[in-house]
Design a protein around this ligand. Structure first.
Ligand SMILES: [Zn+2]
Length: 206
């Protein structure tokens, strides 16, 4: 019986290993792509390229290993009664679209209305970063940032706007190089009270 249990355990381990792709395997995949586009992955200029691309991809997609809720858990209780909106605008945003893995480059504007707790300003930008460093659609990215801020800060309201250019639209396909996409997501007071929403929109328009 104990032998059986061990067998089962060992099988589990092998299955786990199979899903874990090593850096070497990822580099090999990029070598394949280099050949496929018509290059020689063995020429001098390209020898180190797969390794560099893997390193870059780790940066582009590091958000899969980060949890915004952990960062947002460090809040300050003493805000001396500040209860109006906090707006952080023009946060640089770099993400990748999940349909073409092409860059999405733009800015995010984030606002929240504190409810007893405030958070360090850098944490708002960090939340944008963590969700950006994944394969995304702009719509989902906007909502993920808003919902995470709302629940982690137990805020009275949250507003998130993203204005970004999608290189899958500007560099290829329909090739509209000046097109940018704007998405908004409002929660709490920003959704229910248009005076809050309008003030927010005026601040970010400046
Ligand atoms: Zn795309």
């Amino acid at each position: 019986m104990s032998r059986n249990m061990k067998l089962v355990k060992d099988t589990d381990k092998t299955q786990q290993k199979k899903t874990e792709i090593t850096d070497k395997q990822a580099e090999e995949a990029f070598r394949t792509i280099l050949s496929w586009i018509g290059e020689d992955p063995n020429r001098e200029g390209l020898l180190e390229t797969p390794r560099r691309v893997v390193k870059a991809f780790k940066e582009y997609f590091k958000g899969y290993h980060q949890d915004a809720k952990t960062d947002l858990s460090k809040t300050f209780g003493d805000v001396e009664g500040y209860d109006d909106m906090v707006v952080e605008k023009n946060i640089t945003l770099e993400s990748h679209c999940e349909h073409h893995m092409a860059p999405i480059i733009g800015v995010a504007h984030v606002a929240y209305i504190p409810n007893k707790k405030v958070v360090g300003l850098s944490k708002l930008a960090r939340t944008v970063d963590i969700f950006s460093k994944r394969l995304q659609t702009q719509e989902r990215l906007t909502m993920q940032i808003a919902k995470t801020l709302m629940s982690s800060l137990e805020a009275k309201g949250v507003a998130v706007t993203i204005d970004a250019a999608h290189q899958c639209m500007t560099m290829r396909g329909i090739k509209k190089e000046k097109a940018t996409t704007v998405t908004n997501y409002f929660l709490g007071s920003f959704r229910e009270d248009l005076s809050f929403q309008n003030r927010y929109l005026r601040y970010i328009a400046k």
